[in-house]
Design a protein around this ligand. Structure first.
Ligand SMILES: [Zn+2]
Length: 313
C-alpha cells in the first residue's frame, strides 16, 4: 500500500513565517515564527527552509513528503525569483523557489500571498459554490485574487488581481509602487494610519476607536477609505462581471462605519446595478488563510484534490 503523501505549506509574510505540515486531510504540525532581526537575505531564506524541515523531521514523514506550497508577500516572476519586496529589499533577485527546492528536495509552488489567501477562501471559506469571484485582502496593503471559472487566474506574468494598484485618483497620495493615487494609497490600513497621524494618534486602530465613539473625523476617514476601495472594486466587477466579492484582512473586520460606505460605493459605481446580482461577503477564514492556501497549492502540486473538494464530499 502506498502511504498517504505529506505536504508542506508556508506563509512567508512581512512580519512572520507560518508553516504547516499536513498528512491526508489532517494538519499535523504548525509553526509561527516572527522574523528575527539582523539576518542577511540568504540567511532569512535558510531560516524559512529550516522551519519547514523542522516540521518534517518532528513528524517523521520525510519519506512521505511530496510537495510544498509557499504564500509569499513578495512580487515574483514565473520562476519564483523575487522581483521586489518592499519589506525586504535585499531579497530582490533571490531565486526563492529554486533555493527552497534545493533545501526541501520536493517540488515547490510559490504564489502571491493574496492569491493564496483567495484560493483558500474560495475552496474552504465563503467562496464555495461560486464560480466567478474576486477575493480582496485589505490589511496594511490591498491585495486580491481573481477566481475565473472556478480557478485562480494568474495572467501573463502571474500578477493578475493587483486591484490595490489600480489608480483611482491620479493626483492622490504616493503609493509604495512609485505612482500616486492607487487604491492601496487611499484605502489600506496604512492609509488609515496616515489619517490617524493627522489627528496626533499612533495607529489605524485608533481611527476605529474614535469612529466607535462617533467622532466625525474618524467616521469620515473610514468612509473615505472604504469608498475608494468600493470604486476600485466596482471597476473590476464591471470589467470582469463578477458573481461574488469577498473581503478579508484586518480592515474588513471593521464595523458598519466601514462596510456601509464600502458597499454603497461599490454598488453605486456598478453598471446595471439594479439588474445585476452581486454577493458582497465578509471572508470566513482568519489571518491564516494564506497558510491554508499554500497547503492547497502543495496538495494540488502533489496530485491530490484540494482540501475543499475532499471536505465537500
Ligand atoms: Zn500603487
Amino acid at each position: 500500500m502506498v502511504p498517504d503523501p505529506a505536504v508542506l505549506g508556508l506563509d512567508v509574510g512581512g512580519t512572520r513565517i507560518r508553516a504547516a505540515l499536513a498528512h491526508g486531510e489532517a494538519v499535523l504540525l504548525t509553526a509561527d515564527v516572527p522574523w528575527p532581526q539582523g539576518l542577511a537575505p540568504r540567511q532569512e531564506l535558510g531560516l524559512v527552509a529550516d522551519i519547514a524541515l523542522s516540521l518534517v523531521s518532528q513528524s517523521g514523514m520525510a519519506s512521505s513528503l511530496r510537495a510544498a506550497g509557499v504564500a509569499l508577500a513578495a512580487l515574483t516572476d514565473r520562476e519564483g525569483c523575487v522581483i521586489e519586496w518592499p519589506n525586504r529589499p535585499g531579497w530582490k533577485g533571490l531565486a526563492f523557489r529554486a533555493l527552497m527546492e534545493e533545501r526541501l528536495q520536493v517540488p515547490t509552488v510559490v504564489e502571491d500571498d493574496a492569491n493564496a489567501a483567495a484560493l483558500a477562501e474560495w475552496t474552504l471559506g465563503r467562496g464555495r459554490g461560486f464560480r466567478h469571484g474576486l477575493v480582496l485582502m485589505v490589511g496594511t496593503g490591498v491585495g486580491a485574487g481573481l477566481i475565473l471559472d472556478g480557478r485562480l487566474y494568474h495572467g501573463h506574468h502571474g500578477w493578475a488581481g493587483e486591484i490595490g494598484h489600480m489608480v483611482v485618483q491620479p493626483e492622490g497620495p504616493a503609493c509604495g509602487c512609485g505612482r500616486r493615487g492607487c487604491v492601496q494609497s487611499l484605502a489600506s490600513g496604512r492609509a488609515l494610519e496616515r489619517w490617524a497621524r493627522t489627528q496626533g494618534l499612533a495607529s489605524g486602530a485608533d481611527v476605529e476607536l474614535a469612529a466607535a465613539k462617533g467622532e466625525a473625523w474618524a467616521l469620515e476617514a473610514l468612509a473615505d477609505a472604504a469608498s475608494w476601495l468600493g470604486l476600485g472594486v466596482a471597476n473590476a466587477v464591471n470589467l470582469l462581471d463578477r458573481e461574488a466579492v469577498i473581503v478579508g484582512g484586518g480592515v474588513s473586520a471593521l464595523g458598519e462605519a466601514w462596510w456601509g460606505p464600502f458597499e454603497r460605493a461599490l454598488r453605486g459605481h456598478l453598471m446595471n446595478a439594479e439588474t445585476r446580482s452581486l454577493a458582497v461577503l465578509r471572508a470566513a477564514l482568519p489571518e491564516t488563510a494564506g497558510l491554508f492556501g499554500a497547503l492547497g497549492l502543495a496538495r494540488e502540486r502533489a496530485g491530490l484534490t484540494l482540501l475543499a473538494e475532499t471536505r465537500a464530499s
